[in-house]
Ligand binder design. Sequence first.
Ligand SMILES: Nc1ncnc2c1ncn2[C@@H]1O[C@H](COP(=O)(O)OP(=O)(O)OP(=O)(O)O)[C@@H](O)[C@H]1O
Ligand SMILES: [Mg+2]
Length: 434
Amino acid sequence: MSENGDIELIPYDRMKEQVEREVLAFMEKRNLPEEIPPPRFSFEKGTAMVSFALPFLGDALVMQFIAIAKAHLGNVRIHAFDDGYYALQALNKNLFKTENLLDNFKAEFFGITANFRADFSKKGNFSQDEIALALEIFKTAYARLKDDPAVRLRRLGASIYGDSGHLDWSYIAGYEEVKRKIRESIILPLMNPEIYDSIAKMTRRSFESNRPRAILFEGGPGVGKTTIARIIAGEVKVPLVYVPIESIMSKWYGQSSQNLSQIFDACEDLGGSILFLDEIDSLAGSRDQNMFEATRRVLSVLLRRLDGFDSAASTITIGATNRKKDLDNALISRFDQAIHFPLPTARERASIFGNYARHLSEAELEVLGGSSEGLSGRNIRDICEYTERRWARKLLVKKLEASVPDFDFYRHALRGWKEENQMTDSMALEANRG
Ligand SMILES: Nc1ncnc2c1ncn2[C@@H]1O[C@H](COP(=O)(O)OP(=O)(O)OP(=O)(O)O)[C@@H](O)[C@H]1O
Ligand SMILES: [Mg+2]
């Protein structure tokens, strides 16, 4: 005790009461979304301990904890620094005196994948400073939770897709050329960033990344742009941050440009993501005067963000548009590459039909593919759905068992669908052309 002889120690019960009170006050004030488990206390074999569940634990956070401990204790020793177990030990005032060191205040952080926890313990009772340290670490851990980039993104109107679930490349029939380009320009760099960086380090006078930062998907409606973005995210296992520009512009109203900036920041904080800006043409066409001002400012944020001075940025931006020709040239030039999604060819239409009507024969699919000129993948999916609904109605009326629609039914449905949507082949071509 001689080391701390002049410092007041807080009796266990008072310590417990103080910690509980401050934790409650913190939770009320921050209005945290998740339930926080209450702290746990023990006093065993003369050692006092308080234990907090943590929302998360990682090297960066532990570094912050060390700084806090250092500020409160003066001298600390890092006792363990492994993945999943970190321990800090307070040293004696006289650094060369090591006796009873292990009785000093100790902070331990546990957890590899879940059940993150911080334990603070000491032989005897804590000082006020040590209690303050424990509370500050607890608050720091949860303050970060509030600032979770995913939470921020959702608040800004973005959706985040993690696993694309059932979606994989086979979901998109045909489009081999598009798939090849995407593999080359997006998937490979995202999966093997080191190779790309090593090359740039050897070739560039001053290092800058040679990896793509922004790719434009352009092509008519319903040709698979959004779907493919989701498949990419699923394959490289990074979150897809989906931002439909048009709808969030009106939602944000006066604040569009700041909010777009915040979206870029939050994506960076996710530590790697694909930012999918859908319908970027909505930045181009507006003639409305109020909207015009907002659009202009959003556009300028976008131009700046895509410019990519920050070579460390880990976000890849994919912009999608139906109307490339209406886009601002300055904007187009910011994209490293534009990938064109054409309307499907007859062969591709046949295989898209094959995805939605797998029971039909090759020859039948070919006929359907041949008589659906100008239709997009989405049109074909719609036609197949329409066929199934009509077929179901027929089965119900005739009180028949479930079965698959036959080829003729698809042929009639295709014709019926075109009539209903008042489409001749050439009109379809016109409507769907990007
Ligand atoms: N090649 C294809 N194979 C199978 N299904 C397809 C194909 N192309 C499009 N589809 C179907 O069309 C649907 C719509 O595609 P998607 O939403 O990705 O199009 P988009 O290009 O983003 O259209 P928009 O420009 O209107 O946003 C997909 O969910 C899918 O069911
Ligand atoms: Mg889309």
